[in-house]
Design a protein around this ligand. Structure first.
Ligand code: SF4
Ligand code: SF4
Length: 57
């Protein structure tokens, strides 16, 4: 499983810079996480100002 960014994303880019495996990129209207790269470390959720990255259990 991987983290998923929900519609609360405001495309600030903070998470992309902090992801240790570079799984995050800018998508259409919000940032997106590549599930094949995400290690569920939770860093993106920690740095996000809106709580958009969610654990996808
Ligand atoms: Fe990157 Fe960690 Fe967020 Fe997965 S949980 S997208 S590895 S920062
Ligand atoms: Fe979107 Fe949060 Fe990432 Fe900023 S830190 S780009 S609001 S998911």
């Amino acid at each position: 499983m991987a983290y998923v960014i929900n519609d609360d994303c405001i495309s600030c880019g903070a998470c992309e810079a902090e992801c240790p495996v570079e799984a995050i990129s800018e998508g259409d209207g919000k940032y997106v996480i590549n599930p094949e790269l995400c290690t569920e470390c939770g860093t993106c959720a920690d740095v996000c100002p809106t709580g958009a990255p969610q654990a996808n259990n």
